[in-house]
Design a protein around this ligand. Sequence first.
Ligand SMILES: C[S@@+](CC[C@H](N)C(=O)[O-])C[C@H]1O[C@@H](n2cnc3c(N)ncnc32)[C@H](O)[C@@H]1O
Length: 224
Amino acid sequence: MTYLIQSAQSTIHPDLEKWVRRAQIEKFNKPIRKQSLEGFDGLLGWLGQHEGPIILDSGCGTGHSTLNLAQAHPKARVIGFDQSAERLKRAPETLKTTENAYLFRAEAVDLWRLLAQAQVPIERHCLFYPNPWPKIGQVKRRFHAHPVFPVMANLSQSIELRASWLIYAQEFAAALTYVGKPPSAPQPIRPQTPISLFEKKYIETDTDMYQVTWPQGLDPTALG
Ligand SMILES: C[S@@+](CC[C@H](N)C(=O)[O-])C[C@H]1O[C@@H](n2cnc3c(N)ncnc32)[C@H](O)[C@@H]1O
């Protein structure tokens, strides 16, 4: 059984460009929650004077991808965060003793703005299988249709998105193009080893997966 996304949408949302361009002009001013500020202080303390690469794993779920990234890039510091305490509770035990990984609860819309304000130099931003919000009424919840999108797009030197819904990948790629960062066109991928629990499920069920990388020509397995 493959995981098929049911949606009334068969192409990129016609209003996406308008929303992204508006978000570029209008500053997104929603107050940042106290809990996010406190969590961010902890993160800055952990980062300390680290001068090597920093990888951000947004919406990391159970943190399996955070662990995999930390093991693949021992000189990097990997930040994994998710809004769901339930998912974070299911993090692999090894993560607790993985010194170059930091897993914590945070909300993306707050954390991205805090990272941008503090000018934390993120080399790679990974977004693995964000919630697709496939219903038309939910479209503005997709990260690329949200007013915070331009902040997110400017946060890092490179971006890797993986999605199981082609339209999500196409919209994400289009939104990056609207903010002047044209990525690679969405590519079908067939990973041999899953980076995350959702990817494991998609591999096991033969569900289609797509990758968008920016800048074009990026080798997502390499840093620097
Ligand atoms: C489909 S799951 C994918 C999880 C993980 N990346 C994986 O591949 O296994 C999407 C995750 O994004 C998280 N998420 C959604 N919106 C978020 C937000 N605004 N801030 C932080 N996490 C968010 C959800 O809690 C969920 O764990």
